[in-house]
Design a binder for this molecule. Structure first.
Ligand SMILES: [Zn+2]
Length: 136
């Protein structure tokens, strides 16, 4: 999802890098998956990296279908992990480090999805459970 930097702190790129690199050491802070790794996720939350046969299929698709790496990975059920920084309470102005988390796509999406569901259920400003999670 493209990021609109106007909604973020003027030094967001630096803040984000400090969280992803210095604090999280390049790993999702919720599931532990490594930034930049290529994985296939299973429904039970486990994941595996491509074996040589998978790589052969991925490269074959690029060669024979005029596909690029991202599309071919997706076609074969793999994705490259890209860490992004989430605001745990969904308030983009709350940049306290304990409100920020370096997350993979799956964790970030499920966190955002939870907020969307809560917004529909309880109204846009309801943040009860997220505030509870932060105090744990
Ligand atoms: Zn994760």
């Amino acid at each position: 999802m493209p990021i609109n930097y106007k909604e973020y702190h003027p030094k967001w790129k630096l803040i984000s890098k400090l969280i992803r690199v210095n604090r999280a050491k390049g790993k999702c802070e919720w599931c532990g998956i490594k930034n930049g790794s290529v994985v296939k996720r299973n429904a039970d939350g486990t994941f595996r990296e491509p074996c040589q046969t998978d790589w052969d299929m991925i490269h074959s698709r690029i060669k024979h279908s005029h596909s690029n790496m991202t599309e071919s990975l997706k076609y074969h059920g793999f994705s490259k992990i890209v860490l992004t920084v989430a605001h745990i309470d969904h308030d983009k102005t709350n940049n306290r480090f304990n409100n920020l988390a370096a997350l993979c796509q799956k964790c970030h999406l499920s966190h955002d999805l939870k907020q969307h569901v809560d917004n529909r259920k309880y109204g846009r400003n309801w943040k009860g459970e997220h505030q509870l999670r932060m105090s744990l």
